[in-house]
Design a protein around this ligand. Structure first.
Ligand SMILES: [Zn+2]
Length: 189
């Protein structure tokens, strides 16, 4: 069993937004360890997230699509943290999913209306993540899912601070590390 950093989130998002956070945090930029780099690492995780049907294998092309979607989502989380809005080119993997997949509206017996992606394909399964984003945007939870302000880190964290001004995945590591670096730079300058 390999331990992955994303298995123990210090600042977890509420369900189901945590699924978006989990995807973004399959890559640890600092160490370079990427859970979606190889099919044998990726497949159990994709299955556990409902992104791969049980028994199915993922092709290298599909895996690369998922990684691209992951980085487009990360770009949005940088924006949530106060960074610039990503150029449309960076969001292309997400619009590709939106264009390729369809969703259905279902009416349950008690009158609840649900929108669900047609989940028999990978774009459909990825579209379910976009539907989670859509719901979180309406609920106001989306803006609190942010990428860490340390550009070498960019770990996705859920900002539960009272003024929603959180900047770091973890103050003790990224916050202080960066602060010390800036402090040293100022002293040198
Ligand atoms: Zn960080």
């Amino acid at each position: 069993m390999v331990d992955w950093l994303g298995d123990t989130e210090g600042k977890p998002a509420p369900e189901p937004l945590s699924r978006v956070q989990a995807l973004v945090n399959t890559l640890d930029l600092e160490s370079g360890s990427d859970r979606l780099a190889r099919a044998d690492d990726a497949e159990p995780w994709l299955r556990s997230q409902g992104l791969l049907p049980p028994g199915d294998a993922v092709t290298p092309g599909e895996l690369s699509d998922v990684r691209e979607v992951r980085e487009a989502l990360r770009a949005l989380l940088v924006h949530n943290a106060g960074g610039p809005a990503p150029p449309s080119q960076e969001l292309h993997p997400l619009s590709r999913v939106a264009d390729a997949a369809t969703a259905r509206v279902r009416l349950s017996a008690d009158g609840a209306v649900e929108v669900a992606a047609d989940a028999d394909s990978l774009p459909g399964r990825l579209l379910s993540l976009l539907l989670i984003v859509s719901e979180a945007q309406r609920a106001g939870t989306w803006a609190k899912l942010k990428a860490c302000g340390n550009e070498k880190c960019r770990w996705a964290f859920y900002d539960r601070s009272r003024n929603h001004g959180g900047t770091w995945c973890d103050m003790a590591t990224c916050g202080n590390k960066l602060k010390n670096r800036e402090f040293r730079a100022r002293r040198r300058g």
